[in-house]
Design a protein around this ligand. Sequence first.
Ligand SMILES: Nc1ncnc2c1ncn2[C@@H]1O[C@H](COP(=O)(O)OP(=O)(O)O)[C@@H](O)[C@H]1O
Ligand SMILES: [Mg+2]
Length: 507
Amino acid sequence: MAIQAEEISALIKQQLEKFDTTLTVEEVGTVTYVGDGVARATGLANAMAGELVEFTNGTYGMAQNLESNDVGIIILGKYDDIREGDTVKRTGRIMEVPVGEQLIGRVVNALGQPIDGLGEIKTDKTRPVEVKAPGVMQRKSVSEPLQTGIKAIDALVPIGRGQRELIIGDRKTGKTSLAIDTILNQKDQNMIVIYVAIGQKDSTVRTQVETLRQMGALDYTIVVNAGPSEPAPMLYLAPYVGAAMGEEFMYNGKHVLIVYDDLSKQATAYRELSLILRRPPGREAYPGDVFYLHSRLLERAAKLSDELGGGSMTALPFIETQAGDVSAYIPTNVISITDGQIFLDADQFYAGVRPAIDAGTSVSRVGGDAQIKAMKKVAGTLRLDLASYRELESFAQFGSDLDAATQAKLARGRRTVEILKQPLNKPMPVQQQVLVLYALTHGYIDDVAVEDIQRFQDELIAYVDANAADLYKTIVETKSLPEEADMNQAIESFKATFASSVSDEQE
Ligand SMILES: Nc1ncnc2c1ncn2[C@@H]1O[C@H](COP(=O)(O)OP(=O)(O)O)[C@@H](O)[C@H]1O
Ligand SMILES: [Mg+2]
């Protein structure tokens, strides 16, 4: 029987298709420079931006500057035994980190490796560290509140889920404390928190983790830590790593809060490694793309559309200023990227007004839409009251005769400032905030001595809990204000029992 030519070619084709070569081609380059967390290598002409490369000592690096004859590599780990002339090979993979539920309650480094001594993290899910942020069509406008539990924020500069709100202030003005209190308040709020500590003292981070653990907040929190003693690439990467971990939850329909504490230190680390990579320095010696460093990070915070599950990631980036100067390069950049900013004022902080939120310069451009109705109602005029108080206060210092109306305004202002003070680690649920602010704006606190206000507040909250808890229930369930008559009655009957120590003395 004759064999047909087509049959032979079909057979050969078939065999060819099945032919499986075991030969793998590895692209290997040579290290030409190494130092300060950065290396350069030749011979990796096809490397992708952000691709992982492996050094002979097992350390990984990330390809950065792709130039025609060499690439810059940021080294992700030990580099004291990497030498010029060593080989370095491509992996063909973009850098990814472990993600998923298993990370919750853990402290990890910028590579997602555990550093809390609690053993291995068993997760098989990973996500790329750098991804494109969701586009316009994938987003929805911000509509649900993120309750921080801090009266001055929830009332004056409310934050919505999916928003990016900058926290800015000098060192030691209570920025980190705000973050920790906000995290504590996410308990039972159906939130997952990622706290990214960048260049913070290890002892500080340890204390914060302990606080979170003691208050039960580690049950829903992941801590990513890149300490000041780590190489600059770790500090540069940590925020993106945190964002990748957050995205895993957001894209599964969950709500995430991510805190970047702080991006000034990330920018400094980026400047350092850019200078070593010999990128041209620009303003304040930052490389030209330092704006993009933060914009591509913060764009990843979003409120997703319903088709994508409606999840959200709210970002609270922190910036540390020098002597309150918000017009420096990095602060102005980040101010322009975010949906508002909360200024912490050093003078107020030292005068004992804590949290030291400057109501005049702090804004939230989208959060107001997300405030619950009851809060909107009681907080409506608070901002103006405060602003006019600050103005009057400077007049009043001249000691001129003040008319009754001015005096009343001053008295109310002083009480407003007092009410907005809040001790550490005491976030306040929104229903209690509404009650207290209602009492304030309806004049029930005007005759309480300033020294007694904190006690008045605490006792009022407890009294309503014991005698009129329905009020709280209504606020929580309907999100609107209960009948004013019921509010008034509860507050009046409380006042009848409240012993004001100072006014007793005066009488
Ligand atoms: N609301 C507050 N009440 C009392 N003390 C506070 C308050 N907020 C911050 N502090 C104290 O101020 C100090 C500095 O706060 P921190 O949050 O570390 O500032 P930053 O992060 O801005 O450097 C801490 O010792 C903290 O205990
Ligand atoms: Mg801090």
